[in-house]
Write a protein that binds this ligand. Sequence first.
Ligand SMILES: *Cc1c(COP(=O)(O)O)cnc(C)c1O
Length: 377
Amino acid sequence: MEFETRAVHGGEEKNKDKFFGSTIDMASAFPIKKFGESQDFVYSRSNSPTKQDLEKLMANLENGKYAYVFSSGMGATNAVLTLFQSGDHVIVGADVYGGTYRIIKELYPKFGIDYTFVDTTELKNIEDAVKENTKAIIVETPSNPLMDVTDIKGTVAIAKKHGIITVVDNTFLTPYLQKPLDLGADIVIHSATKFLSGHHDIIAGVVVTNDEEIGAKIKFAMRTAGGIMSPFDSWLLIRSLKTLKVRMDAAQKNTEQLVEFFQNHPAVKEVLYPTADNNKGKKIQESQASGGGAVFSFRLKDDRRVAPFFNNLKLATLAASLGGTETLVTHPATITHDDMPEKEREARGLTYSLIRVAPGIENIKDLIEDFKQALEK
Ligand SMILES: *Cc1c(COP(=O)(O)O)cnc(C)c1O
């Protein structure tokens, strides 16, 4: 079955009892049917019906065997990091989500897990960073907010050669546009808060893998440390996934038209988008994903125009998220990456003039009109 059919029908044989997603099972515990015998559902931190429906659906959509869902994307990342132990080393993409940067740099070193951040757009940098004790390569592609592209197959080849695992944060493209497990990755992480939920109304995370042993360890981390997704959020996410394709198609179409609008506007210095001609990863993006996605960034020529731009927007909203039906804009230097020392920020290209846009599904004419007046005020 094709992607959108699986997304709508739950990826399972049609379960008539649950048709149209009418049930949501909120129970925290289930009656033990027969003393001394095991059963699927006992206590909901371990397993519960609505959450399990979502897990089966997510595994199906990513072409994976095992999926586990968490109360946030960072909860999912945290579960993956519990695969490692004191003395282990991980390689992490330099341009990763701020929370991922923080957990690698400030939380896990307390438990003896060492790290190296590298620019993963050059595979040689990954190869050079591999040490005797390296256990994983963690990448985000395209990256946030610079839209850098990492070659997933190339990364996997290096990882396999050294017997280490590849973890891909697939939040920006979703399985509709990119399937890292098909490209050889061992683990996919999602912040389901973004495109998967798509309406700016839940915080949620997902881990998917094909590896039985990794799956069992992630499940152990989930049952043991908690941080699971609630039945209500699981139900809402199942509902959201039914429209993932139509939402992504609409948002990506708006994005392509806005990229063109910004590229041609005299106040704009450059536009960053995975499939734009100025992106050195364009060819790789086109070979490993079926689109550029629905996030882009641009730089204004004049820093003094940054504040008026944000202050004059009427339709697009200044906020710290992306991937929803409403268009959001953000300012990495002061909002998402303000933890980072200014020198490091500038060195990484996160200049004051950089603005990230996550187009929603509004009419393109209204979006262009809004951005035009904000750029020109
Ligand atoms: C938002 C985000 C996360 C973190 O997810 P939360 O749901 O906010 O915990 C991780 N990776 C990427 C790429 C994100 O955009």
